[in-house]
Design a protein around this ligand. Structure first.
Ligand code: AGP
Length: 622
């Protein structure tokens, strides 16, 4: 997820663009850049790595970049390391190492989104004589627009619509053409983009906060539409190049609410971004009926050679490992150990030939996980990192990296990154099973279909969130909550319990349901809330009886189960149903009501959901 901005009007563009990017830094902040043009002069491009202030300093707060028309970008890397040359804007011509300097190009652009077929398009353009300077998908799409612009000589709208027909993926694009001074062109598919007008100026941005200071009158450009933006006026076109009209919307949010996309907290926003995070992560791996690990570098030969998998992580990432353990063992038949990184780093765990150590980390900077990675490498293990931050330390030091595409996660309590990690591990398990022949081709195809259907099923759960909100008000005074389950349901319970603890400060424990009777059940008393996760059909009755044992001691029972398992209502007090899916992938669905329960319970307590006490987003100390 990146942030893009654009401006054209009578004022100097660079300061306005920098101001807008500052309001979008929550969307990504590993590098930034501007392209500003002064009249018919070519655009001047300036980039900087790191936080936005470095770009502001480099351009003397925008004063060193004269011009009244420009575009800007703050990056969250998805293709290509965070570096100067990969930073946006990107150009249709060639570009110096720093990426800065006058643009001898016909087209310059910025992009938020993921071009899934960028590799094949890059091949096509190389064949037509284009030279590439970066590793980004954005450079490909800018050059593709240029290709059509020069080939058909009809104009920007035609070149852009031809490009839109050709690319697969998501994009919010802002482009400038040498021959069209004072104008910015935009196109959108799936990534957010708004266009605002005020008096004699026009503004483009990925999100409302960037332009709220200048105007509250905005157009929400629709999917597969193109905009031609001039000072104070905008024209919209459909994919056929026919002009269409859009309603002007008045924004009523305040600036703070706008940064969260209208949600009250980043955590709620990120819970709702899960369908996109899961879709983008699955689509980065599952392509045309197969799992593509070429970017990861895990060859079929390596997969066939594996005799042991150790998954090492902390917190919610460790819970992903606990879920993946069941999936891998069931589908692939390789023994899997799941270790807390803080323990693994000090154990004398035998690591033999054929061991793959998988380190899961959203930030890629967690000290314990990084230390565990280094220990694993010292002991000769092959290492794979599942990371959400491109170029992070764990990503750089692991032998292989599989990136999740959840985008920046601001709330301390992880949700969308956790979900993206889950499906990444599921896709990995399915591919391993295919390579090692432990599933049939039909099973493989069906599992991939199920995986691709997860985003919509998450969306359906979110449409019913009010029931969870209502139930959270019933448990606001709970002081002990137990989450129980067996198998994958136990792994889900772990995450549900941590969500509740870390943001509502209510003591909670996750327990393997069959283990309760070995002591902990003594804590169950009248009114104790016990939440049972009941998605694994072959374990359903076992867990139901464990819950009945709790009920007989006074517990209040909530059950989470799959649509159709209505018998659960004979046993529990409150039931939440989730859509059916292959039971290997059900964690991605069952966790959503638990995330919401923790969130609303925290709200009921009036707590700071996004920044819970004592916690940090990335624990970079031991
Ligand atoms: C999750 O909600 C917590 N914030 C925390 O447990 C987190 O998962 C853990 O610190 C690991 O972080 P990482 O994924 O960045 O390594």
């Amino acid at each position: 997820m990146c942030g893009i901005v654009g401006y054209t009007g009578n004022h100097q563009a660079a300061p306005i663009l920098l101001d807008g990017l500052a309001k979008l830094e929550y969307r990504g902040y590993d590098s930034a850049g501007l392209a500003v043009r002064d009249g018919s002069k070519l655009a001047e491009v300036v980039k900087a790595t790191g936080k936005l202030y470095r770009l502001a300093d480099k351009t003397d707060q925008g004063r060193s970049l004269p011009g009244t028309c420009g575009i800007g970008h703050t990056r969250w890397a998805t293709h290509g390391d965070p570096s100067m040359i990969n930073a946006h804007p990107h150009v249709s011509g060639n570009c110096s190492g720093s990426g800065s300097g006058a643009v001898e190009s016909d087209v310059v652009g910025v992009h938020n989104g993921i071009i899934e077929n960028f590799a094949e398009l890059k091949e096509k353009l190389l064949h037509h004589g284009y030279v590439f300077y970066s590793d980004t998908d954005t450079e490909v799409v800018v050059k593709l627009v240029d290709y059509y612009y020069k080939k058909y000589k009809i104009g920007p709208i035609d070149a852009i619509t031809r490009t839109m027909v050709r690319v697969r993926g998501s994009y919010a694009l802002a482009l400038m053409f040498r021959d069209y001074p004072g104008e910015v062109f935009a196109a959108r598919k799936d990534s957010p983009l708004i266009i605002g007008t005020a008096d004699d100026a026009s503004y483009l941005a990925s999100d409302v906060p960037a332009i709220l200071k200048y105007t509250r009158s905005v157009y929400y450009i629709d999917n597969l539409q193109v905009a031609r933006v001039a000072p104070g006026s905008v024209k919209f076109y459909d994919l056929n190049g026919d002009e269409v009209s859009l309603p002007l919307t008045e924004i009523t949010w305040d600036a703070a609410a706008a940064e969260k996309g209208g949600y009250e907290h980043f955590m709620l926003k990120e819970i709702h971004e899960q369908p996109t995070a899961v879709r983008d992560t699955v689509n980065s791996l599952v392509k045309e009926g197969r799992v593509d690990l070429s970017a990861v570098g895990l060859t079929e030969e390596i997969i066939r050679s594996l005799t042991q998998i150790d998954i090492v992580a902390c917190g919610s990432a460790w819970h992903v490992g606990m879920a993946a353990q069941y999936v891998i063992e069931d589908l692939v038949g390789i023994p899997v150990r799941v270790e807390l990184a803080s323990e693994f780093r000090y154990r004398s765990l035998p690591i033999g030939e054929g061991t793959l150590v998988i380190v899961i980390s959203q930030s890629g900077e967690t000290a314990d996980s990084l230390a565990a990675l280094r220990v694993a490498k010292e002991r000769g293990a092959l290492t794979l990192a599942i990371v959400n931050v491109i170029g992070s330390t764990i990503a750089r030091e692991a032998d292989h990296v599989l990136y999740t595409l959840a985008g920046p996660e601001i709330a301390v309590a992880t949700t969308k990154a956790y979900s993206a990690q889950l499906v990444a591990m599921d896709a990995l398990a399915v591919e391993m099973a295919r390579v090692r022949g432990t599933i049939t081709a039909d099973q493989f195809g069906r599992l991939l279909e199920e995986l691709s259907a997860i985003p919509d099923k998450i969306r359906r759960i979110l449409e019913d969130k009010e029931r969870i909100q209502w139930f959270s008000s019933k448990i606001a005074n709970a002081h002990d909550i137990f989450f129980i389950g067996r198998g994958l349901d136990y792994a889900i319970s772990l995450e549900g319990s941590l969500k509740m603890k870390e943001i509502s400060y209510i003591h909670s424990e996750a327990y393997a349901a069959g283990e309760l009777k070995h002591g902990t059940i003594s804590l169950i008393e009248n009114g104790t809330l016990v939440i049972g996760v009941l998605t694994q059909s072959r374990l359903f009755e076992k867990t139901i009886s464990n819950m009945a044992e709790c009920k007989s001691r006074g517990a209040y029972l909530m059950g989470i189960t799959t649509n159709g398992n209505f018998s659960v209502e004979d046993s529990v007090n409150f039931t939440v149903y989730i859509p059916k899916t292959d039971e290997h992938f059900v964690s991605s669905l069952a966790v959503v009501p638990l995330q919401l329960l923790g969130y609303y319970t925290s709200i009921n307590h009036g707590l700071d959901v996004d920044k819970p006490r004592n916690l940090a987003k990335s624990v970079t100390v031991e």
